[in-house]
Ligand binder design. Sequence first.
Ligand code: SF4
Length: 433
Amino acid sequence: MENTLTLSLKQGLAEAATPLVEVGAQVKRGEVLASPSSKGVFLHASLGGRVKKVTPTALTLESEATEDTGFVPLPKTGDLVEQARLAGLVGMGGAGFPTWVKLASNLEGGTLIANAVECEPLLKHNTHQLENDPDQVRRGLLLAIQATKAKRGVIAVKKKNRAALAALAGVIREKDPLEVFTLPDLYPVGEERALVREILGILLPPDQLPLAAGAVVMNVETLASLAAAWEDGKPVISKNLTMAGKLGGNPIQVFTAVPIGTSFQTLLDKAGGPKAPNGGLLAGGPFTGSYASEESTVSKTLGGICVTQDPLRENRPLGLLVCACSASEERLRQLAASMGARVTGVRRCQQAVESRGGLKCENPGNCPGQAAKILELRREGAEALLIGNCSDCTNTVMCVAPGLKMAVHHVTDNSLRAAGKPLVRRLPALRQA
Ligand code: SF4
């Protein structure tokens, strides 16, 4: 059976690449399909096959293969930064910053932070990677330390992920300049500046990158892919991800080495199909994911696909409370519309400020207090709230809203209900999760 793959020319924050192939061309797995502008990354064929379509935004391949075996290797450059550039490596934790740019940083005396926190609920593929191949992550981290001249590497993992912690302890050698740092199961402890604050004790302003604190943060799948690019000459042609929610099979399933460009429909079929009725698909995690369809395809930055639950109806006037590290106001409004609710007001958490072209939190995950915003929404007529807040701020909302007889919906509710997991509400319950 033929497999159709649609590969976006724009991966993550990198600028769109320019196609090098024409319709009808036969390509081998790993062959370069598109080359970057100065800030872009290379795109490679994730399976061997025939180029079916070329548009200004994407390439479509028809392939008879489905397996992740064999590839055209990258040239061995002897230069880690160049190797990452040729491999088309971008941050695979979600943001998609070109990895070669991070590797070109000079961290002399600084810290390379490996992010395995996976702070979005339901996602498990980073933890799965640590449990099953911790040494590849270790080798990737040592390479990144070497490229940036960092003094040490710190692997950030949630304390609850005991199997991953044990797996890491089994591979880290005495001479390795590596440490493991554990964090609580709270959102958004994996945010870059939250990690820098927790690990280095430095709270960076929203407009600064970890580099300002002498740190670079890289996701563990990115580090494993760096090791593969360096040791085996493997370009980035596949992605690990988590399927979650109303699935025919297990409500949380990890898929590894999924060819870039695979359709969500193909993965849903493998996961036992979406169960009806449902509230549609989210690409990404419950907090930061965006609405998607069966025709959407896997990118180098995709972390998860969630089949959500049909939203509850809400007939009362609804106030929206927006967080910088979570769903956008646009997604909250879409969700409110699907609940049949009338939006009477919108407020941002007071720590959500405009920075670097979007909203950023001044102190991610440390609640500044939400009572004033809730009272403003109440005065405007809201009788219920739809919030996207972090764990700590949701806890505060739950200390205030019930006393005002306001019902609370959280943007993650339909994903968590679909997977049979506890809702984000009061912190004691979260800490036990
Ligand atoms: S403090 Fe406010 S903006 Fe920051 S993560 Fe929490 S809810 Fe979001």
